[in-house]
Write a protein that binds this ligand. Structure first.
Ligand code: 1GP
Length: 252
């Protein structure tokens, strides 16, 4: 079962760049998540990630995923819902896939491998697709940097970023994610994106602090294959309009 993985790679091949919308179940009630998802589908997003750094119960995760599904189906569309877990308690059998991700620059082994050992049997049992991903946090790191006990990659430390990316590829990971942290005032630098992209063959995901079309275009042109934006965009202006602008910009 490699359906979602293949779909993402196909979108990148055909469109050049894919866009994923991140829903944090801690930020809103499930019925509001449904509205956000519906707006993002209309805006043309390619799929959804669900997760966040602050803990909520598994019931909220399940209800949020089910609400997201309703928000997608309303438009008779098929957009994948991919878990973006911070630990074993944020898994849901209602998702299509899970980014089976290791926080490679964490000092806490729980986020590198131990939570995975606890979560793996659940993934096998629930039959959701598992997509291996290397995840690293770049300055400023924000909440995920703090909660994840991360040894942050400095914004100008391109060699370290390249090393992590290549190590992820050699470990057999299918995607590599450069994260500046949700709400980051400065996203992952363009130079770092370009250097990392040139050095690896697996798709490069970039997120954290990308909140307007100009920045999104820059990151795509620098070499990001998949751009992730959260829904704090909603505070900037109308979420659907903001997303439409971003998606249009990265597809140009
Ligand atoms: C967080 O990179 C994502 O994991 C999204 O960040 O909320 O800043 O868009 P934003």
């Amino acid at each position: 079962r490699v359906k979602v993985e293949e779909l993402l790679k196909e979108i990148v091949d055909v469109d050049g760049v894919a866009h994923l919308t991140l829903i944090d179940p801690a930020r809103q009630m499930p019925k509001d998540a449904e509205k956000l998802v519906s707006g993002a589908v209309k805006a043309g997003t390619d799929g959804f990630m669900v997760g966040g750094s602050t803990g909520v119960g598994s019931t909220i995760i399940d209800e949020t995923v089910l609400a997201m599904r309703r928000g997608i189906e309303k438009h008779h569309e098929e957009k994948p819902i991919i878990l973006f877990p911070s630990g074993v308690h944020t898994l849901s059998r209602h998702a299509d896939a899970v980014f089976f991700m290791s926080l490679l620059n964490s000092r806490n082994l729980d986020y590198v491998i131990r939570e995975h050992i606890k979560g793996a049997p659940f993934i096998k049992q629930s039959k959701i697709e598992s997509i291996s991903m290397g995840y690293v946090i770049v300055e400023p790191g924000m909440t995920v940097g703090r909660v994840g006990e991360v040894e942050l990659i400095k914004q100008d430390d391109i060699e370290t970023a390249k090393g992590y990316a290549l190590a992820a590829q050699y470990l057999g990971m299918k995607f590599f994610y450069l994260e500046a942290g949700s709400g980051a005032p400065t996203p992952v630098p363009n130079k770092m994106i370009t250097a990392v992209k040139k050095n690896i063959d697996i798709p490069l995901i970039v997120g954290g602090g990308i909140r307007d079309a100009k920045t999104a275009r820059e990151k795509a042109q620098a070499g990001a294959d998949i751009i992730v934006t959260g829904t704090k965009l909603e505070e900037e202006k109308n979420l659907k309009q903001a997303l439409e602008d971003i998606i249009k910009a990265i597809e140009e």
